[in-house]
Ligand binder design. Structure first.
Ligand code: MRU
Length: 381
């Protein structure tokens, strides 16, 4: 596979011939970037979409933490990339001549960002990878480099953070190609939350194959769950897909069964935040309800997960920490007036666990796996 100008070159066997397919990103920008000098993290503020395309230039650990917790940057891979960029940016900006002081600051920022959101494992995966990079660089310093130790470590961390993003782009390319093989011309796909360009480095996971299908003239029909309470489906997925001129219909979360009973949905494609070793999957709240309904109507549900989302240390979905978010998001946000009585108790889990038994396949960059085969994957970097 060759990468050129945001394009994915794919070779697939079509009518017995090798055919090159090209997917172009619908966006001229990525949702998370590190500035060329490594001193700013630039994000597209997803909390303002679809009404405003506003970019934020983040220069402190606190700003990165806030951007992650307030979902200005969101989606499992994008959170991991933002945290890695944030850590590199903080190290690049920290003024010191002492490697020990730099190490202390590195660990402070790492531990601080580590707890910004609990469910998406990409966050911890990326930060742990940055820590391994820090100590590898420190240990490998020879006598000559000792004098420039700080620069060597800074350069290594900046390169590692950029590599995390570039590898994610490559994973999304491979996942898009594999997912495309599941689609047929004119098929109807239901998706929940947002697992597109905005949630990753580029292209998307669950939405990647849909972009490719559109480009290949398959004219996919996509139904987006609005995804209460934070409306990632309505605000982000519908925004991405309509921008790409894809046939998109927005539905409320409780309408999926009706559409399935009418035969309008051939497949369900969703992203995920953590895959446990037994194939259970945590994703945006409401995914398990969709999976249960899909099972009833015999509609296959595919979960899209780069290997950075797979947590082999987590034995089953029961071990995944589910983030609980403020009541305000349910009662007030996106309403012009508070819509529930003042004293009512609210429960707002941000994710749920879909049991492995309901999932037709997990699409990783290494192949489309049965959930039971996840445990056989080797740990990634
Ligand atoms: O709370 P969010 O918006 O970060 O939740 C995101 C999801 O649940 C996505 O489906 C998931 O991260 C997929 S990322 C390709």
């Amino acid at each position: 596979m060759k990468n050129w100008n945001n394009a994915v070159f794919l070779v697939i066997l079509l009518n017995g011939k090798n055919v090159h397919l090209t997917v172009k990103s619908v966006f001229p920008y990525d949702s998370v970037e590190l500035s060329p000098n490594g001193r700013e993290v630039i994000i597209l503020d997803q909390s303002q979409l679809p009404n405003q395309e506003r970019f934020l230039h983040l220069t402190t650990a606190e700003q990165i933490f806030y951007a992650i917790t307030r979902l200005k940057v969101r989606g499992a891979p994008a959170i991991g990339i933002a945290a890695a960029f944030g850590l590199a940016m903080c190290v690049n900006r920290f003024r010191t001549r002492s490697l020990q002081a730099l190490e202390k600051e590195f660990l402070r920022v790492k531990h601080y960002l580590y707890i910004s959101r609990p469910t998406a494992v990409n966050l911890m995966w990326a930060l742990d990878r940055m820590e391994r990079c820090f100590y590898t660089a420190k240990q490998s310093l020879d006598d000559a480099e000792e004098k420039h130790a700080i620069e060597v470590v800074r350069n290594a961390l900046t390169a590692e953070a950029r590599a995390i993003k570039e590898e994610d782009v490559a994973m999304c390319e491979a996942i898009s190609e594999l997912g495309f093989s599941l689609l047929r011309p004119g098929c109807g796909i239901l998706t929940h939350c947002n697992a597109g360009h905005l949630a990753v480095s580029r292209f998307g996971t669950a939405l990647g194959p849909i972009y490719l299908a559109q480009q290949q003239g398959y004219s996919p029909r996509v139904y987006c769950d609005e995804t209460r309470p934070l409306l990632q489906g309505a605000r982000l997925t519908a925004y991405e897909l309509t921008k790409a001129c894809i046939d998109t219909t927005l539905i409320c979360d409780n309408m999926a069964a009706t559409l399935m009973s009418q035969g309008k949905i051939d497949l369900v494609f969703v992203g995920c935040d953590r895959v446990a070793a037994n194939g259970d999957v945590a994703n945006k709240i409401g995914t398990s309800s969709v999976a249960i309904v899909a099972k009833y109507y015999k509609v296959p549900i595919y979960v899209f997960a780069p290997t950075s989302t797979i947590d082999l240390d987590c034995r089953s979905g029961a071990e995944i920490i589910i983030e609980e978010r403020p009541a305000f998001e349910v009662t007030d946000m996106y309403y012009s007036k508070r819509m529930a009585p003042k004293d009512v108790r609210v429960y707002n889990p941000a994710f749920d666990v879909t049991p492995a038994s309901l999932i037709a396949g997990i699409v990783t960059e290494k192949g489309i796996l049965k959930p039971r085969d996840i445990k056989n994957l080797r740990k990634t970097k």
